[in-house]
Design a protein around this ligand. Structure first.
Ligand code: SAH
Ligand code: SF4
Length: 395
């Protein structure tokens, strides 16, 4: 099989129009939901209770149709349906890799598309979600960074990716259902398209919903936000979200990092390390993950490994170092380091007392690996055209 051939590519749904003028309840905080209900006729005295009921239907049971919210009076359900919708991004295609990784192409308002990747593992199932369409940053090894079109996703579109995956995995827990460890979707990583800390409020609101115990109810330790290093927002992440943090470190000198991760010109390695040093204390979270993409001859020498350890030790940062074999994309200016080089690098870090897992590349056959997400969109566009043509024929 050719390396990029999808194993399956199902067309899931045909475009639907958002009903005019109705407010989407997905992505609202509890307070916003309560206000919206009051504004649309729910008596203030009942608002708190109704908010809780509707919240559970949406986030605990996965219900999208008010008619199914059977603990609400029939007339009230009809009233809700007049003013509101419960809408999530629509799946256009789903590809399943030979290793079980699933990649979804989702359509959001305005016809934009984002990719979401589900990675099943023995002891967990991780959903890699996107925070933006494209990315305004231009890391030189990342395919998403070459995409021109950028827009922030709304909180609804961010938490909606999780709800979409739950639909596909058929995993809407009923009361008394499995806890985190045994769920198919047990972890979330914000490592898809976009820089989450350039869309802070929406990411925060969406993750708060994902953590809410009366809903999706994932523990904050099962959510990891990956950032290229938007220093001023790092402390805020600890205070306002409290999830785990991964940092796209990738280089050990400013000279190299300026090229690989250009945001380094704004906040350099020292400033970044300072902000990381105070992160675990604030959020009370576990170790910070240092992501380090292995680029042949660029950042993969022994001295880089030693310098990396120096940085982390100097600031006493509780860390694990995740080595990512570079995922090549058409026209990429770098090559992946050899396996021997990656192992030697990992060994230096391990000897220094830090965990240094080498990330297993998943879903390569469907271009679902880290940093490959742009080309996949472009390739899928063809099939989107096909979908639209088919939809036109069926109308
Ligand atoms: N914008 C955020 C999150 C999205 S990128 C960030 O940069 O952290 C998620 C991870 O994939 C980052 O660590 C990023 O550096 C890495 N990545 C990007 N392109 C890659 C590629 N081609 N191969 C391997 N990892 C890549
Ligand atoms: Fe954006 Fe992250 Fe890619 Fe850099 S690595 S261009 S920050 S998505």
């Amino acid at each position: 099989m050719s390396p990029n051939a999808p194993i399956t590519q199902d067309v899931m749904t045909i475009p639907r129009k958002l009903p005019e003028g109705k407010l989407n309840l997905v992505g609202l905080t509890r307070d916003q939901l309560r206000e919206a209900l009051i504004e649309h006729g729910t008596p203030e005295k009942q608002a708190k209770m109704r908010t809780g009921q509707i919240w559970q239907w949406i986030y605990q049971r996965g219900v999208r149709d008010f008619a199914e919210m059977t603990n609400l009076a029939k007339a009230y359900r009809a009233q809700l349906a007049e003013s509101f919708v419960v809408e999530i991004p629509e799946v256009v295609t789903r590809q399943v890799s030979e290793d079980g990784t699933r990649k979804y192409l989702c359509r959001i308002a305005g016809g934009h598309e984002v990719e979401v990747v589900y990675i099943p593992e023995e002891d967990r199932g991780t959903l890699c979600i996107s925070s933006q369409v494209g990315c305004t940053l231009t890391c030189s090894f990342c395919h998403t960074g070459t995409q021109k079109l950028v827009r922030n996703l709304t909180a609804a579109e961010i938490v909606g990716q999780v709800m979409m995956a739950r639909d596909d995995l058929d995993e809407w827990p009923t009361p008394g259902a499995p806890k985190d460890e045994t769920r198919l979707l047990s972890n979330i990583v914000l490592m898809g398209m976009g820089e989450p800390l350039y869309n802070f409020e929406n990411v925060r609101d969406a993750m708060k919903i994902a953590m809410d115990p009366e809903g999706i109810s994932l523990s904050r330790r099962r959510i990891t936000l990956s950032t290229s290093g938007v220093v001023p927002e790092i402390a805020r992440t600890a205070e306002e979200i409290g999830c785990l943090l991964a940092i796209s470190f990738h280089a050990t000198t400013d000279e190299v990092r300026d090229v690989l991760v250009p945001i380094n010109k704004r906040w350099n390695i020292e400033e970044l390390l300072q902000s990381l040093a105070s992160y675990p204390k604030v959020s009370n979270s576990e170790r910070i993950t240092f992501e380090y993409v292995m680029l042949d001859g660029v950042n993969d020498r022994d001295e880089d490994a030693h310098r990396l350890i120096d940085h982390i030790k100097r600031y006493k940062i509780p860390a694990k170092i995740n080595l990512i074999p570079f995922n090549e994309w058409p026209g990429a200016p770098y090559k992946r380091s050899s396996n021997n080089r990656i192992r030697a690098f990992a060994n230096i870090i391990y000897q220094a007392g830090y965990a240094s897992p080498i990330r297993k590349t998943r879903g390569e056959d469907i271009m679902a690996a880290c940093g490959q997400l742009k080309s996949a969109t472009e390739r899928a566009r063809k099939s989107r055209k096909q979908i639209e043509a088919e939809a036109g024929l069926n109308r």
